[in-house]
Design a protein around this ligand. Structure first.
Ligand code: ATP
Length: 642
């Protein structure tokens, strides 16, 4: 239950004098969150933390919030927290004077460098008491660290980490190291943090909640409403730098008016559900109006134009790709109508054969340089296929049904040869017509179709949601499980025979956002060319770690690869079907209490550079694939390695 009042606790009172939030206060909250799995309890601990911060120093709330979600800035600014394991080990050695061998041995047995750092500090004698850390100091140092490059960067980084570690007390070293690794994994999902933020803001302001005697039920309803408002605003404007000051300044009702979506701040894209048959589409949409579009096989590109004429291209993950696509940027003026002054478009950038006016397969696009692209050096041409318009001339279109958004799209832009096209569409709801359109899409080097609800309120654009109002139909997978999976590489086995100098097979995992764990799903050794294997070896060898991470869910009789990796690389993988397995742990507890799901006959398709490890296929999706497979009794035999 949320308590409406809060007082400054003893140790924070001292900091009140300095207007700084103690790092110890944050770490205490982390400890409490880590000790429970109850979402409500975690929310309440965060609310108490934020309330104390607001009392101490409202201007410190933003940094505190970033520390809770372990980020340094909005995603599109591209500053990353992750510091390599070897750096961290060196810093622990130099700040504690402990022997590196002992540190590595303890790490191998715990899988958690944070705990190793805390224990190492604990066993250290203390001659003098260093000054306590503040959230501001830690946050700023982490920010500085992420920007260090060039000469002597290794030494500079270790020195900075060292200086923080020396000041750590109690559990601070544990959480500091985990923050530096890039992930806390103590149940602080961003949605929970958003709820807590909203609640603490409401509770901190004088208003009905504080003055009148509202029932607990009414208070909880008011807090839930506030959380819904903040989450909805965040979906359209994923930028805490704008949201937090507005929340502090205005009432919860008024603040959305000061946080409108705008070009320059990318939205998390709407995602689709896979389907296994065309009849599934008809079942889903029944007598509703829907539309089919080609599903282009390229890279998702959210294109923005600001009223000042500046333009940007963002990836599926809100990464700024403007430097990667100077050719898109330079031709933008050709396809924007003169009356269009600002916009956000949802598009696919696709490799293009100019001579034959044809789409080229994704493999061609993937050969394009990803960094420092100069327009004059570009060998692979791209065109833009626009399928949605989210913002136009100062107005958000998110709430409009697709039918109206499409009209706006078509009136504000024009197709220009070899540069910009509207996604090809077909609005018949007849199954034979859909089948023909699907075949045409494949002839045109597309992956299949996107089928979208067309009219009514539900046909709005739902940022960051995998919505059932968008269905994807991939021709290749109609006979299989309906879709490929995107899985994280967490280990590898040395090759034999022709593959001796590279890794010959790999251990893959899916991600469970609830538990924040990577769960093993299969061993894969098929689908790789020799060149692929060499590329994977080179891409992965820098990410080898001493031991499996504490957040790798491996089961009681785990598959043991020769080397373990940090969870960084995501691969698209196809399989014949899924089966229950005692050795793999995907979706454990969802279809069986102790066994997981594994993939049968997995085959490598491609690297997914546009996806981070936490965007990989979730255990919930794996479970859905399992239940939806054509003949679910088929896969229930014993586990099969490839
Ligand atoms: P998901 O987005 O479901 O996680 P994914 O990133 O692996 O999956 P796909 O399964 O290939 O991608 O399907 C969705 C992607 O299809 C979109 O993210 C977008 O890049 C692409 N796409 C191509 N054509 C369209 C279209 N007409 N409408 C929407 N998306 C399209």
């Amino acid at each position: 239950m949320i308590s409406v009042t809060t007082t400054l606790t003893g140790f924070s009172f001292i900091y009140f004098l300095y207007s700084r939030i103690p790092y110890a206060m944050l770490c205490k909250t982390f400890e409490r969150c880590e000790a429970t799995t109850k979402r409500l309890a975690i929310t309440e601990y965060l609310v108490q933390l934020f309330l104390q911060a607001i009392k101490l120093t409202p201007s410190g709330l933003l940094e505190l919030l970033y520390m809770c979600i372990n980020k340094l800035c909005p995603d599109y600014e591209g500053l990353e927290m992750g510091v390599g394991e070897s750096f961290l080990i060196k810093a622990i050695v130099s700040s504690t004077g402990r022997n590196i061998k002992n540190i590595k041995a303890e790490y191998r047995s715990t899988g958690d460098l944070g705990t190793v750092a805390m224990n190492s500090k604990g066993s250290q004698g203390t001659l003098s008491m260093p000054k306590p850390l503040t959230v501001h100091q830690v946050f700023q140092t982490l920010k500085d660290l992420s920007q260090i490059t060039g000469n002597q960067s290794q030494k500079k980084k270790i020195d900075k980490i060292n200086s923080l570690l020396v000041q750590c007390r109690g559990s601070e070293a544990k959480y500091l190291i985990r923050q530096l690794e890039g992930k806390l994994r103590i149940g602080l999902a961003e949605q929970t943090v958003l709820s807590a933020l909203a609640q603490s803001i409401v509770l901190s302001k004088p208003g009905k909640l504080q003055t009148s005697k509202l029932s607990q039920e009414k208070i909880e309803q008011a807090l839930a409403d506030a959380a819904a408002i903040v989450k909805s605003v965040y979906n359209q404007l994923p930028c805490y730098d704008m949201i937090v000051p507005a929340l502090l300044e205005y009432s919860i009702k008024d603040f959305p008016d000061h946080c409108n979506m705008r070009p320059g701040i990318p939205l998390k894209p709407m995602l689709a559900h896979p389907t296994k048959s065309l009849t599934e589409i008809l079942d889903r949409f029944e007598d509703r109006k829907f539309t089919c579009e080609f599903k282009y096989d390229g890279e998702r590109a959210q294109i923005h134009l600001l009223p000042n004429g500046k333009s940007m291209v963002y990836s599926r993950n809100s990464e700024n790709m403007s430097d990667r696509y100077p050719d898109i940027m330079s031709k933008l003026a050709n396809w924007v109508m003169p009356t269009t002054s600002s916009f956000i478009l949802d598009c696919e950038a696709v490799a293009w054969d100019k001579e034959n006016k044809q789409i080229l397969p994704f493999q061609v696009l993937s050969t394009r340089k990803r960094k420092d692209v100069k327009e004059e050096d570009i060998k692979v041409q791209v065109v833009v296929f626009a399928f949605d318009c989210l913002y136009l001339n100062g107005e958000s279109l998110l709430r409009l049904p697709l039918e109206e958004r499409r009209e706006k799209l078509r009136s504000a832009f024009k197709e220009t040869e070899n540069e910009f096209y509207f996604a090809r569409q077909m609005d018949s709801n007849n199954i034979d017509d859909i089948q023909v359109f699907l075949d045409v899409s494949i002839e045109n080097n597309c992956e299949g179709l996107m089928v979208k609800l067309f009219d009514g309120e539900e046909a709005s654009y739902e940022p960051s949601k995998r919505s059932r109002n968008w269905l994807k139909v991939k021709k290749d997978y109609l006979s299989g499980i309906g879709d490929s999976m995107d899985l994280v590489v967490i280990g590898a086995f040395y090759g034999r025979g022709k593959r001796t100098s590279v890794y010959g097979a790999f251990l893959l995992a899916c991600y469970d956002p609830e538990t924040e764990e990577y769960q093993t799903i299969c061993k894969i050794g098929t689908g790789f060319s020799e060149e692929d294997l060499l590329n994977h070896y080179n891409a992965l060898k820098g990410h080898v770690i001493e031991a499996p991470k504490r957040f790798y869910c491996l089961g009681e009789n785990p598959v043991k690869p020769d080397v373990w990796f940090e969870p960084v690389k995501v691969w698209e993988v196809l399989c014949a079907d899924l089966s229950i397995s005692p050795r793999y742990m995907a979706a454990v507890g969802k279809v069986d209490a102790s066994k997981g799901i594994s993939l049968r006959f997995p085959r490598f398709i491609r690297v997914r550079d546009d996806k981070g490890p936490e965007d990989s296929t979730s255990s919930e999706q794996v479970m859905t694939f399992y239940y939806n497979q054509a003949n679910s009794s088929k896969g229930k035999g014993d586990d099969m390695d490839y």
